[in-house]
Write a protein that binds this ligand. Structure first.
Ligand code: RTP
Ligand code: MG
Length: 139
């Protein structure tokens, strides 16, 4: 079902702060079905692979250090218009610019430690979901 899934991960700051449950509740209450979910960890090398598109950006080194600083909770989510609707639910990259009631407004610490990831296209949602989950883990 093209366009119905997105990929997210709760980032190390939010997992470490004990916000996994509150964020997951918001995701489900917004109408997203959890297709796959686990708690795991990315080495710095693996974080570098996940964020390879940002390799030339000035924040890449910081970003890969941060994303490998603690456990994360990746998920595949399903809903009509999933990618766009999920980006709305999480809010702007910088929590100072995020709309009221968004996950980043409520839980992000900074532009880098911003609580949660959301795929930016259907194509990337598939690639990112497959980075973490085998077919047998998707329901
Ligand atoms: P994401 O991919 O995690 O959903 O975030 P996004 O689309 O809103 O932002 P993107 O431009 O893709 O950046 C990826 C992540 O890199 C960190 N970042 N740090 N220090 C900085 O200026 C800076 N800018 C971005 C954030 O963790 C951002 O979510
Ligand atoms: Mg992005």
């Amino acid at each position: 079902m093209a366009g119905k899934r997105t990929f997210t991960m709760i980032k190390p700051d939010a997992v470490g702060a004990g916000n996994t449950g509150a964020i997951t509740k918001m995701i489900e209450e917004a109408g997203f079905k959890i297709v796959a979910m686990k708690k795991t960890y990315m080495s710095k090398e693996r974080a570098g692979q996940f964020y390879a598109v940002h390799k030339e950006r000035p924040f890449y080194e910081d970003l890969t250090n941060y994303m490998s600083s603690g456990p994360i909770v990746p998920m595949i989510l399903e809903k009509d218009n999933a990618v766009e609707d999920f980006r709305k639910l999480i809010g702007a990259t910088n929590p100072k610019e995020a709309a009221e009631g968004t996950i980043r407004k409520l839980f992000a610490e900074s532009i880098e430690a911003n609580a949660i990831h959301g795929s930016d296209s259907d194509e990337n949602a598939t690639i990112e979901g497959n980075f973490f989950f085998a077919e047998i883990e998707k329901f």
